[in-house]
Design a protein. Structure first.
Length: 631
């Protein structure tokens, strides 16, 4: 019988493995052998990027055979750091651990208390934080739903936990949750009707609620209205929270923004008049620290594509290192017709607008940028200059706010940006399209927008995924709801059977191929059928047919990913962590800034899984080390 903490058989790594030359521009560390042509090495002199000062994120996951203890290899650690694991002050590993950042302690009880100590240049350092205990592979974070209510048209509603993000809100080195509560009468923009208020909580891992923000009646509830960013924008060691606000928003200290008595809702429940704001909230207290006008203003509602309020209120948000060193806030509006992206810096307690990209501006009008937005965005250094670009669907915007490229393939519901083809330099984008006259799916060079391969027009292709899920084919495999088969990075069908799920991803077991996360379960892909690795207990997924978790990513422990679902009664966030042992040592993905900013934008629009800046999959070379500083 296969023990859950042991690597699964049949998934040996392919020998060799090459890593793109682009990594040398932004990440330091040993290089894998290879002979790829490099992108211009203009980023080699770029400054180190500001990242979070994290603790070890130590976890203990109990299984029938003992406890899997795992921890973070931080980007600020030496390359040759080793580790010792202690249970209640007694070392349990026979010799320092150098090849991974996990240890299986056989026969130990679930309540065993662990710390880990780094060994640097032969000298053992102090104890880490104590391990977070996962029993039955999960840990519950208690949450309290807001009180329900009744809308002006007499519809009663209650609340469900929806999307979440993470950040170190209080500066203690541990990640905290920022959770969006959505009323049960939340609406898509195309649907008329009143909604309850959107509520946002700051919650620590032990369930302590730091604050609650009520966005008020003048922010409609639904997947497209409230995209929130959690990040340390000013570098003070604690994360801030940025959101679109309006008259009547009440911050975490109980103070109203704007006119608290204003009601700008029309008879159909839409909010098409009144001021719109952008507010930066204090992560520790929830207090509104600064508020400015939201850019762009709605202006003429009909200019966004319709007159009743559907397309004017399509918002996206992200975080990007536009100067290569410090994070900036990205707030956007529109993607079906006009699209506007505004970049903001939060420094010294004030907003400064860095630039605004507008498809209707004289610089961009008529160049094919209009109508190219997706239901989400991605952030990556696609041109290798050390600064981030915004990939906005079928177009990209440079770090300076200028249009970079457009494929003119139009709007879609899902896209993935990462090192999808490690045999070629640079990053790639895989995307599905909604326009029946355009390619159903395609992969492009993320630096130039040049389409590398595409599939024929095939109606509205609603979902698509790209990741290395199968060791039988090199690089990422791509599949989508409207196309048959599993495709290689060259577009060739390499397996006739595609996964049953077309939604999310997770690095879950012991190897470097990625697993399938869909609904409330995780599966391992196989050409004959998928193997169930996890089924969440008494949990529910979010966002209807998108069936997404509250959050998924490398939140704790080693480089593998945790998944967070809401319990069916909305009384807890249930975090699952892998019970599988791994022999791979990879720096915490939280210190890869492409991956970290992807966790920040994961809640935006139609949620998508994060991808790191380097190829992480079967046959990969030596994992790169990030070039970062931590406050």
């Amino acid at each position: 019988m296969q023990h859950p903490h042991r690597p699964r058989p049949g998934h040996a790594r392919r020998p060799g493995g090459r890593r793109r030359a682009l990594v040398t521009a932004v990440l330091t560390g040993a290089l894998a052998a290879g002979g790829l042509a490099a992108l211009p090495d203009t980023a080699s002199a770029a400054p180190a990027r500001q990242a979070e000062r994290l603790d070890r994120g130590l976890t203990s996951v109990h299984t029938s055979g003992g406890n899997l203890v795992s921890w973070r290899w931080l980007g600020t650690d030496p390359d040759d750091v080793a580790f010792n694991v202690y249970r209640a002050g007694t070392k349990v590993n026979p010799s320092p651990i150098t090849g991974s950042t996990n240890y299986f302690h056989a026969g130990a009880p679930e309540q065993a208390d662990y710390t880990v100590r780094a060994v640097v240049d032969g000298v053992e350092q102090g104890d880490s934080v104590h391990a977070v205990q996962f029993r039955a592979s999960y840990k519950d974070v208690p949450i309290t739903p807001p009180a329900g209510g009744t809308t002006p048209d007499g519809v009663a509603y209650t609340y469900e936990a929806n999307d979440a993000s993470v950040g170190d809100l209080d500066g203690d080195g541990a990640l905290d949750f920022v959770l969006k509560w959505q009323p049960t009468n939340a609406k898509d923009n195309s649907q008329s009707g009143y909604t309850g208020n959107t509520i946002v909580d700051g919650v620590k891992l032990d369930g302590t609620r730091l604050w609650r923000i009520d966005l008020g009646r003048n922010i409609r509830s639904g997947a497209h209205y409230t995209q929130f960013q959690v990040y340390d924008y000013d570098g003070d060691g604690s994360a801030e929270v940025a959101m679109k606000t309006a008259d009547g928003t009440v911050d975490g200290r109980g103070k109203a923004i704007g006119n608290a008595s204003a009601d700008h809702r029309n008879g159909s429940g839409y909010v098409l008049s009144g001021p719109e704001y952008l507010t930066m909230f204090n992560g520790r207290t929830g207090a509104a620290m600064g508020t400015t006008d939201y850019v762009p203003a709605r202006g003429d509602v009909a200019s966004w594509g319709d007159g009743y309020g559907n397309r004017v209120d399509r918002f996206l948000a992200g975080t990007a290192y536009l100067d290569g060193a410090r994070p900036s806030l990205i707030m956007a509006r529109g993607y079906y017709t006009r699209s506007v992206i505004a970049a903001w810096d939060w420094r010294d307690g004030a907003f400064t607008r860095r630039w605004t990209f507008d498809t209707d501006s004289s610089a961009n009008k008529g160049k094919g940028y209009d109508g190219q937005g997706n239901h989400q965005l991605s952030v990556a250094d696609v041109d290798g200059d050390g600064k981030d670009e915004i990939v906005y669907g079928s177009m990209a915007v440079d770090d300076n706010g200028a249009g970079l490229w457009t494929t003119k393939n139009g709007h879609g519901d899902a896209m993935h940006v990462g090192d999808l083809d490690p045999s070629r330099p640079g990053l790639e984008e895989f995307k599905v399209d909604e326009d029946g006259a355009k390619p159903s799916s395609w992969m492009a060079d993320a630096r130039t927008g040049r389409v590398l391969w595409s599939t024929a027009a095939n109606g509205d292709n609603g979902r698509g995924v790209s990741a290395d899920i199968w060791a039988g084919s090199a690089g990422a495999e791509s599949w989508s709801s409207a196309e048959s088969g599993l495709r290689s990075p060259k577009g060739t069908v390499v397996a006739g059977r595609k996964p049953a799920g077309t939604n999310f991803l997770s690095w879950w077991d012991g190897d470097t191929t990625r697993e399938l996360l869909d609904g409330t379960h995780i599966d391992k892909y196989g050409t004959g059928g998928d193997t169930r690795l996890l089924t969440g207990a008494s949990v529910a997924s979010n966002n209807g047919t998108k069936a997404t978790p509250v959050l998924s990513g490398d939140l704790l422990g080693d480089w593998r990913e945790e998944v967070v679902w809401r319990t069916s009664d909305n009384r807890a966030l249930r975090i699952y962590a892998t019970p599988y042992e791994t022999d791979r040592k990879i720096t915490t993905l939280l210190h890869d800034t492409q991956y970290r900013t992807a966790l920040a934008w994961q809640n935006s629009g139609y949620n998508q899984p994060p991808h790191p800046s380097f190829f992480l999959g079967d046959g990969m070379g030596t994992p790169p080390r990030p070039r970062i500083t931590a406050p």
